[in-house]
Design a protein around this ligand. Structure first.
Ligand SMILES: Cc1cc2nc3c(=O)[nH]c(=O)nc-3n(C[C@H](O)[C@H](O)[C@H](O)COP(=O)(O)OP(=O)(O)OC[C@H]3O[C@@H](n4cnc5c(N)ncnc54)[C@H](O)[C@@H]3O)c2cc1C
Length: 220
């Protein structure tokens, strides 16, 4: 994969172990699309908060949403945030404690999210999020009503100042330590999608849809 070697800004330039940096959009988008869980960091009254939530990407923006009453969403609006997405791919066991590590893919996006005001756009975006996870589901659902849309805030963050960092592979030990009788290597980690179960109130004749059966094939 062709790699963009330049960070979009000095503050997103990976300094520590910069050979693990990825700045091209293809690499960044692949991580964003692989993991809907994100953490949004922001400062409210001098206190840093890091709130876990869902993110989804559409083109050059990531979106996150929640209750309009959410302190996190109210604080993040028009404020400086750092949105982080990370995939934990493995534990790396070395021949010394300090060389233990992790395999991972992570993205950090800096910027100022804007609030989506238009109710129709808000509803479309939330539907896009559902559709992205479960293709074909939205057309099977009761449409969102005005009260639900009002009670939901959707924030949009441009992917303009972003970096990714990726570690893969074996532990890197001090050369002399390879002579030691110690097991070293990698324990791969994967997110496992379990078997879906219904909520016990399914009407007769309603089958498990394909978007449930096939969930997660291209994620994590
Ligand atoms: C599961 C896991 C375990 C880790 N364990 C360690 C560990 O034991 N020791 C360690 O030093 N690091 C570890 N890291 C990497 C860690 O995320 C940081 O990259 C590292 O601590 C360097 O931080 P820094 O602030 O000095 O980075 P700097 O290189 O100074 O960061 C400068 C800029 O680079 C970008 N950047 C930095 N880190 C990341 C990242 N992870 N993803 C995307 N962009 C990034 C950001 O834009 C940041 O503002 C781990 C990461 C994961 C996901």
């Amino acid at each position: 994969m062709a790699r963009e070697s330049k960070a979009p800004s000095e503050r997103t330039r990976v300094k520590r172990l910069n050979e693990r940096a990825v700045y091209d959009r293809q690499g960044i988008d692949a991580i964003l699309d692989a993991q809907p869980l994100c953490h949004v960091g922001y400062v409210r009254d001098g206190q840093p908060f890091v709130t876990p939530t869902f993110q989804w990407r559409e083109g050059d923006h990531v979106y996150f949403h929640g209750s309009s009453a959410s302190q996190a969403l109210r604080s993040a609006r028009d404020a400086d945030v750092c949105l982080t997405v990370s995939c934990f791919d493995g534990l790396v066991l070395a021949r010394s404690g300090m060389h233990h590590s992790a395999n991972y893919r992570a993205v950090m996006i800096l910027g100022r999210p804007t609030l989506i005001e238009d109710p129709e756009l808000k509803s479309t975006l939330v539907n896009n999020f559902i559709e992205g996870l479960f293709p074909g589901r939205v057309e099977t659902l009761r449409p969102n009503n005005a009260q639900e849309i009002k009670a939901t805030s959707v924030l949009s963050l441009p992917i303009s100042e972003a970096s990714a960092k990726v570690r893969t592979g074996n532990p890197v030990d001090d050369e002399e330590d390879y002579a030691l009788p110690i097991w070293a290597g990698v324990i791969p980690l994967h997110t496992t999608v379990g078997t879906a179960h219904d909520d016990g109130r399914i009407l007769d004749g309603v089958e498990v849809p394909d978007h449930v059966r096939n969930f997660g094939k291209n994620m994590f």
